[in-house]
Design a protein around this ligand. Structure first.
Ligand SMILES: NC(=O)NC1=NC(=O)NC1=O
Length: 172
């Protein structure tokens, strides 16, 4: 969609289009609506980033808690959103060996046990090997560091989802 169409659509249409660019966080799109008109997809993304950055640490953790595990039970049972399904497949998480599945599940549990929110990474920018090493490495970080790191990944996921919807060539 051209950015001009985005700028002239109703609030309802805006929410139905952008309500899941941050997984299960239509609040973000509802807040970003006030910043229209957007000059291009970058300024739309900037609004989403500014909204998430200004959240208190508890809000950042809330956004992370709304994310599905990578190669988790939901993924195994086909219960992911369309966007997450495609993203996790693109990282090859649907082709894990049994051993990789066990390792991923164990590390995801350890991570959630330690931080109280799931490990989040932009699956479209990482293959399964990088995801596993990222999970192991980040397990050693502090909760504060991981809340910020996780939101940085959410912003990358958001950008790619926005680019799927808005023509990046279109400018106001
Ligand atoms: N826990 C996660 O990182 N989940 C995900 N990352 C993505 O890029 N898509 C997901 O579903």
């Amino acid at each position: 969609k051209p950015i001009s169409v985005v700028n002239s659509m109703s609030y309802e249409d805006f929410i139905s289009l952008f309500g899941n660019v941050i997984e299960h966080c239509s609040l973000c799109a509802a807040a970003v609506w006030r910043d229209r008109p957007f000059s291009d997809v970058n300024s739309l993304h900037k609004s989403f980033c500014q909204f998430t950055d200004q959240l208190p640490i508890g809000g950042k953790e809330g956004i992370l808690r709304l994310h599905p595990d990578l190669a988790g039970r939901l993924a195994m049972s086909g219960g992911l959103t369309n966007e997450s399904t495609k993203e996790q497949q693109s990282a090859g998480l649907n082709t894990l060996t049994d051993q990789e599945k066990k390792t991923m599940h164990h590390l995801n549990q350890q991570y959630k046990q330690k931080f109280g929110f799931p490990f989040v990474i932009c699956a479209r920018e990482n293959k399964k090997e990088a995801i596993l090493t990222g999970l192991e490495r980040r397990l050693n970080n502090s909760g504060e560091t991981e809340a910020v790191t996780g939101v940085e990944e959410v912003k990358k996921i958001c950008r790619l989802r926005l680019l799927d919807i808005v023509d990046s060539s279109s400018k106001l």
